[in-house]
Write a protein that binds this ligand. Structure first.
Ligand code: SMO
Length: 731
């Protein structure tokens, strides 16, 4: 491809434009390639027998399964007992971690835990063989095991305070529901190639190498198209290891594809914390102290990021408010259920919801309007950087924008009139802060012999539009057109080192790395252009489409052709270490109407002011916000994983409610950007924001609609619970 035409582009800035996603042609026309699409000819199928009980010792008879038609291998916990240990990110000090045991060994610890794996020629044969296994469980109950006991902050008490308010918020366990269930394709040929539907290919490569006792070089992990993840594909999972083990044992290709039922039973889950807290304030309405108690379930083992929600929830308090004394006691226990890990928000929603419930209760106690009460207690520029790490944001500005964009005063007036007419309606405000983008990421910019540029990034993707956004960044750095930039990610052979796509980090950290790599390539190219024109680099300047060297325009294609005939002719690798963490923030106003006959919550409108810092592609940001809002609405109003006596009740989409398009309310999005000082682009994360602010605003709106003495409700705000509250019944 020639880029001669690029001179036409001039100095136009790609960054900041709402460019359509280059991924969509592929993904929306069925040309996407997901793990299950990649099975080679003759690939074997792996199926898993899962524990039907929450706890107990067991005995097994697998002999009939071993003899069943088409069966190549039957694996039990004994076969995998001596594998190395997977990592658990030690985010909280002094914690004894409980990494995965890929299959039950001696006892089962949760419904859904893998007990036996069968590899056969076909999925049907593997499933038939599972039916021939005799699993005898002597049920028992070992209950919960304490893992984390940690205090964030001081003692939370402060004089002079005259009022104390308390709130409790219990979160349901929810499913990080991705359209594409997990899948693993492990191929053994001299070494292991594992195609995983994952957010973290490099770490999965490292963990697989450690667990299987292989050198890192002998393992290649490829994340092809990934159909959503939301934290549910952030960490290596037992089925990945079982599949890889089987592929090595058989010297073959082995594919495991989760059913939706597998996912409800044994994918990681999110949330589930029981939280409570207090605010102390003086009689002017000024908040002085906050305490919190937050108890998290861990499930029966700890994936790599399992401590992240717990740490996030504790460290974020008191959010965007100026509170002199904060104390948060955080605990986490192993529970006889599926593992709990990060899920879009990862501790931030739990923190935001407790703070925002307390702010509403504080306003009520102080006899103030909730918006005025927040304005009184919000952090100003002089409070930054704050003790919890918040380093940028205009929180008073967020509130101002929220007030005007929502027509707050008119809404309150209308609310009075509607209530007088017998309607049950409420308004709820929530602010949030979102720590995002810390640590490092890699990028490598390559000039190819045809004059195009390849950007290999550690920021893989699962539908965010990464290729589009990163091409925009690189195009600007090199003054070329975005369609001359190819973005590659997700393959450890192309990108040996990287972190991946999680924690709202990719644009902040990975995007910064991409720009630095592009700039480094520009520098190399300038030197090469000087050499090509027999001059010195100070006589060469980058221009649209190439370089002016002593009055001659050398296009990127000209330059590349002089440097080589195939492959990459210049390579600029970088690793970007962010000097600090970016903090996004925002404010939400929810308007709800409750049906007193049925308890159904109707969301009339959401007004949402978001500060995502500098924006690379506003269309992608908006997409993230809308998708996050859907999941936030789901968590607030309908999603709930239910176990009864250890058994999973919500094992299918008949029993577990995910929001649908018809559940989406009108969404009024307002941008209020302040650049982040924490990375070279000034960007902040936005992917998780919808799950953080929106549930808190909805809870406050529903509580605002209910009688003032209503006890604290639990999530989700089901119509039954709301109807009971409206009827004055026990909740
Ligand atoms: S919960 Mo996210 O995918 O770090």
């Amino acid at each position: 491809m020639s880029i001669m035409g690029d001179a036409m582009i001039g100095h136009s800035k790609w960054t900041g434009q709402a460019m359509p996603r280059r991924e969509d042609q592929r993904l929306l026309t069925g040309a996407g390639r997901f793990v299950a699409d990649l099975a080679p000819e003759g690939c074997l199928a792996l199926e898993v027998l899962r524990s039907p009980y929450a706890g107990g010792t067991f005995s097994l008879d697998i002999s009939d399964a071993q003899d069943a038609p088409g069966v190549r291998l039957v694996l039990t916990g004994d076969d995998l007992a001596l594998l190395g240990a997977a990592g658990v990110n030690p985010l909280i000090e002094g914690v004894d971690v409980h990494p995965m045991q890929p299959m039950a060994l001696g006892r089962v610890s949760a419904v859904g835990q893998p007990v036996v794996a069968v590899v056969a020629d076909t999925v049907a044969q593997a499933r038939d063989a599972l039916d021939l296994i005799v699993l005898d469980v002597e049920e028992d109950d070992i209950g919960t095991t304490p893992v984390v006991r940690h205090r964030f902050g001081g003692d939370g008490r402060s004089a002079p305070a005259s009022l104390t308010v308390a709130a409790r918020v219990d979160h349901a366990l929810v499913a990080p529901f991705a359209l594409e269930p997990r899948a693993t394709l492990a191929i053994w040929e001299d070494g292991l190639t594992a195609h995983l539907s994952t957010q973290t290919p490099q770490r999965c490569r490292d963990d697989l190498a450690i667990m299987l006792g292989l050198p890192r070089k002998a393992v290649r992990v490829v994340a092809p198209d990934v159909g959503g993840a939301f934290g549910g594909k952030a960490s290596l999972m037992p089925e990945d290891v079982i599949c890889a083990y089987a592929a090595r044992a058989l010297g073959a290709a082995v594919l495991w594809v989760a059913t939706r039922s597998d996912e409800f039973q044994a994918a990681t889950q999110g949330r589930g914390a029981r939280t409570s807290g207090t605010l102390t304030l003086d009689d002017t309405g000024r908040v002085h102290g906050m305490t919190a108690q937050m108890a998290f379930p861990l499930g029966h083992w700890m994936p790599y990021s399992s401590l992240a929600p717990i740490r996030n929830a504790g460290r974020i308090l008191p959010g965007p408010y100026a509170v002199a004394q904060v104390a948060a006691d955080i605990s986490a226990d192993l529970t006889p259920r599926a593992a709990v890990n990060i899920y879009r928000g990862a501790g931030r929603p739990e923190a935001a919801m407790l703070i925002e419930r307390l702010m509403d209760k504080g306003a009520q106690a102080a006899g103030m309007d909730p918006l005025a009460f927040r304005r009184l207690n919000i952090m100003g520029p002089g409070d930054l950087p704050a003790a919890n790490g918040v380093c940028s944001g205009d929180f008073a500005g967020l509130l101002d924008r929220l007030e005007t964009a929502s027509g707050y005063a008119a809404l309150r007036a209308a609310q009075s009139a509607r209530r007088a007419a017998g309607e049950v309606c409420g308004l709820g405000i929530a602010l949030y802060v979102e720590p995002c983008g810390q640590g490092w990421e890699t990028a490598e910019a390559r000039l190819m012999a045809d004059g195009t540029v390849v950007l290999a990034t550690g920021s893989s993707a699962q539908g965010q539009g990464r290729e589009t956004a990163f091409a925009q960044l690189v195009a600007d750095a090199l003054q070329i057109a975005p369609d001359h930039v190819q973005v590659v990610a997700g393959d450890t052979q192309q990108v040996p080192d990287g972190i991946g796509a999680l924690a709202s980090r990719s644009t902040a950290i990975g995007g910064s790395a991409a720009v630095l790599a592009a700039r480094a390539l520009g520098t190399l190219a300038r030197v090469a252009a000087a050499k090509a024109q027999a001059t010195t680099p100070d006589h060469v300047i980058m221009a649209a489409g190439g370089f002016w060297a002593d009055g001659v325009l050398l296009t990127w294609a000209d330059l590349a052709a002089r440097l080589g005939t195939s492959g990459a002719v210049l390579v600029a690798p970088v690793r970007y270490d962010a000097p600090a963490e970016a903090w996004a923030s925002g404010a939400v106003l929810a308007e709800v109407t409750l049906d007193p006959e049925t308890g159904v919550v109707a969301v009339d409108c959401l007004t949402w002011v978001d500060d995502a810092g500098h924006v690379v592609n506003p269309m992608l940001v908006e997409g993230q916000m809308i998708g996050g809002a859907a999941q936030g609405i789901g968590a607030a109003l309908m999603e709930r994983i239910v176990y009864q006596e250890g058994q999973l009740v919500t094992g299918s989409l008949m029993d577990y409610a995910v929001p649908r398009a018809s559940d989406m309310p009108p969404l009024r999005i307002v941008k209020h950007a302040t650049p982040s000082p924490a990375n070279i682009l000034g960007v902040k994360g936005v992917g998780e924001a919808g799950c953080i602010g929106i549930p808190a605003a909805l809870l406050n709106a529903v509580m605002d609609a209910l009688p003032a003495n209503t006890p604290d409700l639990s999530l989700p705000l089901t119509s039954e619970q709301v109807w009971r509250a409206l009827s004055g019944m026990d909740i």
